[in-house]
Design a protein around this ligand. Structure first.
Ligand code: 5GP
Length: 180
């Protein structure tokens, strides 16, 4: 985990994010034309991305949020995930699109997809703004992907380090992040 006193540098600019969100929205609009999808944002990190994305979707979208957390002795790699804030919207028979800020090991998303599948949606897909495939532990498919990233810890545009930096408009990394 990087030291939060280090200098931040921009990895993905707000313009690049804006263009990519528009591209993702176009793909989603094409695929969901005539449907009434339920977009499920994974809290807290996806809220900024979700807010920008849905404003570019001229579809009758419905939204809900879920909050998950990892637990166990080794929080990062235990793969044990639990739901800490449930959905309010029934998923059965719905075209569900999960909105993620980042897929890292894939353990969180893999848990969520299994959890949602048990609720019998009509369809289930994933839209993730960023992906760090080199860190994958659980295989997951991402139908709509913004950016493929190297193994660096990112903050900004909704993503935090100890609850800070979510408000940065660009996606940033720490100057002396050893993995950078
Ligand atoms: P997973 O490893 O299960 O795919 O990802 C779990 C969670 O770790 C993500 O939803 C995100 O909250 C957090 N995470 C993983 N990589 C990063 C990163 O580079 N930056 C930030 N801020 N959070 C990350």
């Amino acid at each position: 985990m990087p030291d939060q006193d280090c200098q931040l540098k921009v990895l993905i600019t707000r313009e690049e994010i804006k263009n990519t969100v528009a591209k993702l929205a176009n793909e989603i609009k094409e695929d969901y034309r005539g449907k009434h999808p339920l977009l499920i944002g994974v809290l807290k990190g996806s809220f900024v991305f979700m807010a920008d994305l849905i404003r570019q979707l001229d579809l009758p979208v419905e939204i809900d949020f879920i909050r998950l957390c990892s637990y166990g002795a080794d929080m990062k790699s235990s793969g044990k995930v639990k739901v800490v804030q449930r959905l309010k919207t029934p998923v059965k028979g719905r075209d569900v699109l999960v909105i993620e800020d980042i897929v890292d090991t894939g353990l969180t998303l893999s848990f969520l997809l299994n959890y949602l599948r048990r609720k019998k949606p009509a369809s289930l897909k994933v839209c993730a703004l960023t992906d760090k495939p080199s860190r994958r532990k659980a295989p997951v498919s991402i139908e709509y992907l913004g950016f493929t990233l190297p193994d660096k810890f990112i903050v900004g545009y909704g993503l935090d380090l100890d609850q800070k930096f979510r408000n940065l408009p660009d996606i940033c990394v720490f100057e002396d992040d050893e993995s950078s």
